[in-house]
Design a protein around this ligand. Structure first.
Ligand code: PHE
Ligand code: NA
Length: 448
């Protein structure tokens, strides 16, 4: 099966669209708050620079040379006696696991987009009630929006790489950037800006514990869409004569920039109104609407734009979470795209219903394991275990297994020998060690 090709700008936007997601605008800001600001941001930036960027190059390389679904690409590139590596390609299924809760959150965002029109909550109690009520009591409403999100996402994927994924990214990504940078300019003139800036960039080392470090490393993989085959699958449609190194740089840079801008904007609004930073996942759903209600009509417009940007970010990432498995089903089982989307879509949709119910009062017990809601388990497992594992496999495969001459010549040309050597060092030693360390730490085998 011949895979369609992106245009150059289409590929950049699609890869950036995958990377820039709820991770940037929803998760990164609240994690920064939870783990104390600057120190967490610094660990995150270091991981992105020295590990994330290198692994992104490696993941793009596998896809662009393999030109198949994730399983097929690993199989294609593994030497004859190591074809078992094809099983690493099953990391593509991580995308569906992420989609189970990702789709639910996109549903919340859709709900908020409509709720804004009936006015912003004017007190934290009110905002909490709206959010808690939605999550704990309104299974029906959540189900409705989870369904809407699923229909939109699967329809785009069904339209394919060119007609669906490339098209919406070319529209939504510029729109998203316009909104966020517009908001940054607005925030720049508010009182809270300098406080937000120092909160995010002046490290308070006392706040840095091993949990914060592990979460920062995990999040740097999640935010760059690494370790689950999304970037790999897109790269299988990489247009010829496109520099992997350059594209990976642009995508990494955009993702990081947008996370920082989102954080700055949100914390500026919060600090301008004297609200505290540590709010957890409710940050954009509870605190943000309340502080914006103090801005009058402007606040309503800002809230609307913000949730619009958030929904764009979510949708462009969601399609990249579904596409790997769809590509896999098409390639391996010779199914039509329609059937493949139907299978992949139903799988995540149904588990997503479980995730959504796991937060509700009525069904929470049924959908929890060991007292932990399914939603949290799915998120934790992907973020902290499966993505780092995927990253580790990619680093080992590209660093040690791949046939060298064939592969390295591509990158040596692009980077020049000096940078190539640095990249190779990162892929062979820094990335695997850091990821291994992190996973052992998580399993409680190694404590920092
Ligand atoms: N990178 C996306 C985000 O930041 C999430 C994602 C992870 C998308 C893995 C695709 C693959 O929200
Ligand atoms: Na991201």
């Amino acid at each position: 099966m011949k895979i369609a090709q992106f245009s150059r700008i289409g590929f950049i936007m699609a890869a950036a669209g995958s990377a820039v997601g709820l991770g940037n605008i929803w998760k990164f800001p609240y994690m920064t708050g939870e783990y104390g600001g600057g120190a967490f941001v610094l660990v995150y930036l270091i991981t992105i620079t020295f590990i994330g960027f290198s692994v992104m190059i490696a993941e793009m390389l596998i896809g662009s040379l393999g030109r198949k679904d994730t399983v097929g690409s690993f199989e294609e590139l593994a030497p004859p006696n190591k074809k078992g590596w094809k099983y690493a390609g099953f990391m593509g299924f991580n995308g569906l696991i992420i989609m189970t809760f990702y789709s639910v959150v996109i549903g919340w965002i859709f709900y908020y987009l409509f709720e804004i029109f009936s006015g912003l909550p004017t007190s934290t109690d009110m905002a909490k009630e709206t959010f808690d009520n939605l999550v704990a009591n309104e299974a029906g409403i959540q189900l409705f929006w989870h369904t809407v999100a699923t229909i939109i996402v699967t329809y785009i994927v069904y339209r394919g790489i060119k007609g669906g994924i490339e098209k919406i990214n070319l529209i939504l990504m510029p729109a998203l950037m316009l909104i966020l940078f517009g908001m940054l300019i607005y925030a720049f003139n508010l009182d809270g800006f300098s406080k937000a800036f120092s909160f995010m960039f002046a490290p308070d080392w006392s706040k840095l514990n091993s949990e914060a470090i592990v979460r920062a490393v995990g999040h740097s993989f999640f935010t760059l869409s690494l370790g689950m085959g999304a970037i790999m699958t897109y790269a299988a449609s990489l247009p010829k004569h496109t520099s992997i190194t350059q594209t990976a740089f642009i995508v990494t840079f955009m993702d990081t920039l947008i996370a920082l801008v989102a954080g700055l904007v949100i914390y500026t609004f919060l600090f301008t109104e004297g609200a505290p930073p540590s709010q957890g996942p409710g940050l954009v759903f509870i605190s943000l609407p309340v502080v914006l209600s103090n801005f009058g009509t402007v606040g309503t417009v800002l809230a609307l734009l913000f949730f619009l940007a958030l929904s764009f970010a979510g949708l462009t990432s969601a399609v990249s979470l579904v596409e790997p498995v769809v590509q896999y089903i098409i390639d391996r089982f010779n199914q039509s795209r329609f059937k493949a989307v139907l299978i992949a879509g139903s799988a995540y949709y149904l588990i997503g219903v479980g995730a959504l119910l796991s937060y509700t009062k009525d069904y929470g017990n049924i959908f929890s394991i060991g007292g932990k809601p399914l939603f949290d388990l799915l998120e934790y497992t992907t973020d902290s275990i499966l993505l780092p594992l995927g990253g580790l496999l990619i680093a080992i495969f590209v660093g040690y297994i791949l046939q060298k001459e064939r592969v390295y010549s591509v990158l040596k040309n692009e980077m020049g020998k000096r940078y190539f050597d640095i990249w190779l060092f990162s892929i062979r030693y820094i990335a695997p060690l850091a990821l291994l360390f992190m996973m052992l730490n998580l399993m409680g085998i190694l404590k920092i």
